[in-house]
Design a protein around this ligand. Structure first.
Ligand code: FES
Length: 95
């Protein structure tokens, strides 16, 4: 199991190791921006990782390209392709 803390509310949610960050947020009752239905095209589902980056799946080249295209921080992750393997905390601009 892995614990995700969603900030700024501090809401915690436990997921099985390997769960997608995108799915976890939705299951925790939080909205996730998307215009591609998690098809890894729009880049709108990005989340800023505040801790536990070492517990997430490695970034792929395409993910880095999407983040750069949208001028996002290097600490952001595209949540629909990011898997969680241990505790972490994340936030978005709209929670
Ligand atoms: S929902 Fe579109 S890239 Fe993740």
């Amino acid at each position: 199991m892995a614990k995700i803390t969603f900030l700024p509310s501090g809401k915690c949610f436990e997921v099985n190791s390997g769960a997608l960050l995108f799915d976890a947020a939705l299951r925790a009752g939080l909205p996730v921006a998307s215009s591609c239905s998690a098809d890894f095209v729009c880049g709108k589902c990005n989340m800023q990782v505040l801790s536990g980056v070492e517990n997430l799946s490695p970034q792929r080249v395409r993910e880095r390209e999407l983040l750069a295209r949208d001028k996002k921080s290097e600490s952001d992750r595209i949540s629909c392709v990011t898997r969680v393997y241990g505790d972490c905390s994340v936030k978005t601009t709209y929670w």
